[in-house]
Design a protein around this ligand. Structure first.
Ligand SMILES: *[C@@H]1O[C@H](CO)[C@@H](O)[C@H](O)[C@H]1NC(C)=O
Ligand SMILES: *[C@@H]1O[C@H](CO)[C@@H](O)[C@H](O)[C@H]1NC(C)=O
Ligand SMILES: *[C@@H]1O[C@H](CO)[C@@H](O)[C@H](O)[C@H]1NC(C)=O
Ligand SMILES: *[C@@H]1O[C@H](CO)[C@@H](O)[C@H](O)[C@H]1NC(C)=O
Length: 732
């Protein structure tokens, strides 16, 4: 046989045994399809359902709006007879007989594809009514044996979704005489397992999930599949792409997860498409028309940079007369931070309330009270909850969150350089943290969007209308066994309210509150290890980065370099810390603090190790001085070792100056900690070999010079006031 005759033979064979499509009954046209669903309330899940239906141009008829739901609660429980009753009535009223009805739940359902594919698959199923299927039998396990066997796929019926010709469905629901509280699933199951009825109504199950995917009992079977700018759910077990996804039973979080992508809510090509819908823009509003926000600030542990928190709060770009503050402080060490902020700026806000630590209120109680304050205040439009350890860098945070127009939305904040954040992507079986497949991508900003997640904390915005309708329970944060925020999120989830997280912008980060000592005056100075980024923002001169880049460096004397390193606040804090400690040396030659016990050129000073600051100081030299040293003295590498680093105090009536001397160092760093003219007169440093002086020291600027041999120098007299410098003998 030649190749061409073989092909001819094959073609003939195929033609005989697989008649061509045109001989078959035509697939029903899309305008015959009517989606019917029941929704007594417009839940977040219902809105998501409608959005997916609209995306594919389904025609949807919603029954039960405004009716009171008879079943107990949001989670699926036996009950649902009301659904059958409403469907029965609605179908009797339908004028056109020539319809295909898709009846589905809506709070936990999504369309993954359009009517065309749905009808095609329905048609291919070869029956008049097709029910969704599942592997678990419910509610009556005794009926298991009565179910027909299936060759492949799920054996049991699920009533959360079915599709069929109107007359057949009418015939089916005509039998309904049950109570609203009876089980709809049991009703349909009994019809299905009755072989006579099954055949006469012509019912089958979508056993391989070609049309319907029920997630309960099938979580491991279903994965997201990204392909050609489309996202689908794929059933791995049957290799199918279901058209409808149903988060039945305890799989609400999985449908929420899938709903972050399906239908094309987020794709690799387009990014987030749903994030720009239904916004509530503020920009056109006059200041007085801005929504009123109660900002709840919670201080629950000693926390670094509390003053910075309030500085940032002040900088939020939002009309202050539309903001009220509720501040709860549990820590005595932060009392003065809060009260001085309120004293200086409290009156700028529309109102403020301060709950102090002495009032003996625990965390849960304070949060309950804060929520209730907004709930009861008829002017309150939003509650913005912020824990003190959140660093809000983005001044538009509040505006951005309000514009998203969501029930609950949190800006993503992470621990700098870590995967820890203020949201969870998934929950473990016992309700604690679990990592979702997309968690790392979201945290690292490789997937950007607005995400429906099971847990948010630390900072979030919630609509006050929600507090007055679905969240009226005063004790939302109370729990016997879990943290208040876990208890709260648990309630939110159970009510079917969506919590969203946005990483569409960069908002800020969360401080580490670990190892925070409160034994000093300015404890933040010690944060160089724990919160290096915040330490830098606070304490390093704003033009430090220009030193090398823009040559912001001066050479006032040969091999003497002068550059900015400390912020004003760093200088103040260091001086105040030393004065607070107060044990200034007498400026005598005998000095038990140093090796050998004798100082040739003594100053009135306090060593860094006396205030337990030597490790932090070394870190500072290593991070901020060593790189500059290496640039300016090429070929010299330093580990910034030192035996002596100290703050010197020059005072006319104490020790005004220092006689000429060499330093016990390879190079010396001398940072001016206060301001000539303002804080003192005189002062400065003279290098004798070059007869060159630096007489107008700048606050926060460092002098760097070689210590031995060439740079014999003296401290010039301070004539009035007090002058402070921080000196380090590096690489002795
Ligand atoms: C839905 O209908 C609109 C307007 O008729 C059309 O532009 C759009 O492409 C349709 N969407 C789908 C998924 O068919
Ligand atoms: C069910 O309906 C299909 C057509 O949709 C038909 O081919 C089939 O024979 C019917 N089955 C029964 C048992 O009536
Ligand atoms: C905000 O969302 C609500 C509820 O989803 C919607 O009704 C409203 O139109 C949206 N826009 C504004 C400006 O509130
Ligand atoms: C930083 O440099 C800019 C531009 O030269 C200057 O205006 C500003 O005052 C400097 N900042 C400080 C703290 O000196």
């Amino acid at each position: 046989m030649t190749l061409s005759s073989l092909l001819l033979f094959v073609a003939f064979f195929v033609g005989v045994f697989f008649p061509l499509k045109k001989c078959e009954e035509q697939q029903p046209p899309e305008d015959k399809l009517l989606v019917v669903t029941i929704a007594t309330r417009e839940t977040d899940g219902f809105k998501r359902f409608l959005r997916s239906a609209k995306y594919f141009n389904y025609t949807v008829k919603v029954l039960g709006q405004g009716h009171k739901w008879k079943s107990d609660g949001y989670m699926e429980t036996p009950g649902g007879g009301q659904k059958v009753r409403l469907l029965k009535t609605a179908l009797e009223e339908l004028k056109i007989q020539d319809k295909i009805i898709l009846f589905i739940d809506s709070y936990d359902v999504l369309f993954a594809s359009g009517p065309k594919e749905l009808l095609k698959k329905f048609h291919q199923a070869g029956h008049k009514v097709v029910f969704s299927s599942e592997s678990l039998i419910w509610p009556d396990r005794h009926l298991e044996d009565k179910h027909p066997h299936v060759t492949e796929g799920n054996r049991f019926l699920n009533s959360g979704g079915f599709i069929g010709y109107l007359p057949n469905i009418k015939e089916m629901v005509a039998e309904w005489k049950g109570e609203d509280s009876d089980s709809d699933q049991l009703f349909f199951t009994k019809i299905y397992i009755d072989s006579t009825k099954r055949k006469s109504i012509n019912i089958t199950l979508d056993a391989r999930c070609r049309l319907f995917q029920n997630l309960h009992g099938a979580l491991d079977e279903v994965v997201l599949k990204f392909e050609d700018e489309r996202v689908r759910a794929r059933n791995l077990l049957y290799d199918t792409f279901p058209v409808i996804i149903h988060g039945n039973g305890p799989t609400k979080l999985q449908i929420n997860y899938l709903g972050n992508y399906i239908p094309n809510t987020w794709t690799f090509e387009t990014g987030c498409t749903a994030c720009h819908e239904d916004l509530r823009p503020l920009t056109a509003l006059k200041e007085n028309d801005y929504p009123l926000v109660l900002i709840g600030i919670f201080i629950q542990q000693p926390t670094p940079f509390v003053t910075v928190f309030f500085e940032r709060l002040l900088k939020l770009q939002y009309p202050k007369n539309r903001l009220k503050l509720f501040i709860y402080n549990q820590e005595a060490c932060h009392m003065h931070h809060v009260s001085s902020f309120l004293q200086d700026y409290g009156s700028l806000y529309r109102d403020f309330r301060f709950i102090e630590s002495e009032e003996n209120m625990d965390t849960a109680a304070s949060r309950n009270l804060a929520f209730d304050t907004c709930r009861k205040d008829k002017d309150c439009d939003y509650f913005f909850s912020v824990d003190i350890e959140v660093v809000i860098m983005n001044k538009n945070t509040l505006n951005i969150l309000i514009e998203q127009n969501l029930s609950i939305v949190a800006p993503m904040v992470t621990r700098a350089g870590q995967l820890r954040s203020n949201f969870w992507g998934a929950l473990s079986a016992d309700g604690y943290y679990a990592r979702s497949e997309d968690y790392v991508e979201i945290v690292q900003g490789r997937r950007v969007g607005v995400w429906n997640v099971p847990y948010v904390s630390s900072v979030y915005l919630i609509k006050a209308s929600l507090l007055r309708t679905e969240l009226t329970d005063y004790k939302l944060f109370n729990s016997h066994n879990v943290d208040p925020d876990m208890a709260y999120c648990h309630t939110i989830r159970n009510k079917g309210i969506f919590m969203h997280l946005t990483n569409m912008h960069s908002f800020g980060h969360i401080l580490s509150t670990e190892n925070y000592q409160t034994t000093h005056l300015h404890n933040d100075l010690w944060q160089i290890f724990e919160n290096p980024q915040d330490w830098r923002d606070r304490y390093i001169h704003e033009n430090y980065t220009h030193i090398i880049k823009d040559k912001l460096i001066e050479t006032p004397c040969p091999d003497v370099y002068w550059f900015p390193v400390f912020s004003d606040i760093a200088c103040n804090h260091l001086v105040e810390e030393m004065e607070y400690f107060g044990k200034w040396s007498g400026g005598r030659n005998v000095d038990p603090r140093i090796q050998g016990g004798y100082e040739n050129v003594p100053t009135v000073d306090i060593h860094m190790d006396q205030i337990n600051f030597e490790k932090e100081w070394h870190k500072f030299l290593l991070e901020y001085i060593a790189p500059i040293t290496e640039k300016l003295y090429p070929g010299y590498y330093t580990k910034a070792q030192f035996d002596l680093a100290f703050v010197v105090r020059y005072k006319p009536d104490e020790q005004p100056s220092l006689k000429p001397h060499h330093d016990a160092s390879t190079f010396t760093i001398n940072i001016a900690l206060n301001q000539l003219g303002l804080d003192y007169q005189g002062g400065g440093c003279r290098f004798l070999r070059y007869d060159c002086s630096v007489q107008a020291p700048r606050k926060g600027w460092a002098l760097m010079h070689p210590g031995r041999l060439t740079h014999y120098h003296e401290g010039l007299p301070t004539t009035t006031g007090i002058r402070y410098i921080a000196v380090s003998f590096v690489d002795p």
